[in-house]
Design a protein around this ligand. Structure first.
Ligand code: ADP
Ligand code: UDP
Length: 242
């Protein structure tokens, strides 16, 4: 069985992870690299140990989501940086939920950072770096054939479910889940959560001090990026390998 999980040839290389084929057509190995990108790949830097920390972080979150009824691609962690996942037919759309305003919505709509959205706000972005991930609507998703109306409504539903589960979990750890991004794909006809959930793809603010504990530390040059990722992991009860 171990043999079956070995990474064979490189299928594709993203900005932060590489995907490898395995002997099993339905499985991929994802390798979390230390590369950290911002501004649609304009800036790329190495953050030592980020790959390993995010791999463990993601494994923990994906397991929690699965336990709570969100179907995910996660199978098992293979090593410090590698995870075995179901191979999905990815839908090229980013599903974002915002509990509070930060990042692009502040620039786009001129609202104040921290404004509360109740109920949470759901947004869609086309995954396309050269177009700078433009915002799209569910109508675009359907009209361009990226997903069917039924698939889109399932992604919407699962993203809001994930928000409910994760918001509660981070709250208990003294953190506010400000916003996050999810990517989904198809697996034998089912919509399944793919990609990753880590501090690279969400915003987390300390409940007491408001301090940023996510990739904004990198984007805004605040320093202590990996220290913050590790702190969040420890607060969630994750026992980091290194
Ligand atoms: P990016 O595409 O943003 O540069 P990454 O470096 O994270 O992202 O690369 C990971 C790539 O693998 C992404 O294109 C993502 O859509 C894809 N991917 C993630 N999970 C799966 C999966 N289970 N099956 C197939 N492709 C996946
Ligand atoms: N996000 C992401 N990948 C992207 C774009 C956004 O993981 O390509 C995450 C980001 O980390 C944040 C949320 O999605 O948690 C909302 O991002 P936003 O639209 O504010 O864009 P940003 O200003 O972060 O580029």
């Amino acid at each position: 069985r171990r043999e079956k999980m070995k990474a064979l040839e490189l299928l594709y290389q993203g900005k932060a992870k590489s995907a490898y084929l395995t002997e099993d057509q339905d499985l991929l190995v994802l390798k979390f690299r230390d590369d950290t990108s911002a501004f649609d790949g304009e800036i790329i830097e190495q953050l030592s140990e980020k790959g390993a920390v995010n791999n463990q972080f993601n494994a923990f979150i994906m397991s929690k989501l699965s336990e709570n009824g969100v179907p995910t691609h996660y199978v098992e962690r293979l090593s410090a940086t590698d995870v075995l996942v179901k191979r999905l037919d990815m839908i090229p759309v980013e599903c974002v939920v915002r509990n509070r305003a930060a990042g692009s919505i502040v620039r786009r709509l001129g609202v104040e950072e921290g404004m509360v959205f109740d109920p949470p706000l759901f947004e869609l972005f086309l995954k396309n770096d050269s177009l700078h991930d433009p915002m799209v609507t569910e109508h675009h998703v359907e009209a361009f054939g990226w997903a069917t109306r039924r698939e889109m409504s399932r992604m919407h539903e699962l993203t809001l479910e994930a928000n409910t589960i994760l918001k509660g979990m981070f709250d208990k750890a003294g953190l506010q889940l400000v916003d996050f991004k999810l990517e989904f794909g198809r697996f034998h006809g089912e919509i399944v959560l793919g990609d990753e959930f880590s501090p690279d793809g969400c915003r987390l603010w300390d409940k007491l001090t408001g301090e940023k504990k996510d990739k904004d530390r990198f984007r805004q040059n605040l320093g202590g990026v990996l220290e913050a990722y590790r702190e969040v992991a420890v607060r969630l009860g994750i026992v980091l390998d290194n």
